[in-house]
Design a protein around this ligand. Sequence first.
Ligand code: ADP
Length: 154
Amino acid sequence: MRIAVFPGSFDPITIGHVDLVLRALPLFDRIVVAVGVNSAKQYLFSLEQRLEWLRQVFAPYPSVQVDHFQRLTAHYCRRIGARYLLRGLRNGSDFDYEKTISQINRIVGGGDLETIFLIAQPGMSHISSTIVREIIVGGGDASPFLPKEVKINV
Ligand code: ADP
């Protein structure tokens, strides 16, 4: 059973995240979209809200599960029997950051945890949760970047 964990904050989930998961569907038997909870981090949306959006967005896809975890991603993967991590690459900064994390995760995860990277589609590589949060906080309309299930009143 090929199980991949797609970890992130998903604060909020964007169409960039959705595109990545849908493209990865044929590669894995199961994809667990997992919200990493870092108690030292401030989020715009509550964990419950982020999980609810994820569940709604991925409801049509039986091989996609939604979960959350605390502490180390690599330990979470071991616990649920996932041998793969799924991550997206939008640009060079993503690559520099993800390269190190992937190398560390492989060691911390016991040596057999592989990160699988998908390059963002050209039409998606400008989309990030950070930009979406700035638009929302600034009172703009972020709907072009959000799945239809994510409704935010501005
Ligand atoms: P975090 O910043 O907490 O790692 P994010 O929710 O921002 O989590 O991102 C989770 C993953 O989704 C990362 O691998 C990121 O590269 C990927 N991702 C985010 N936006 C896009 C996008 N537009 N296209 C492809 N991958 C994306």
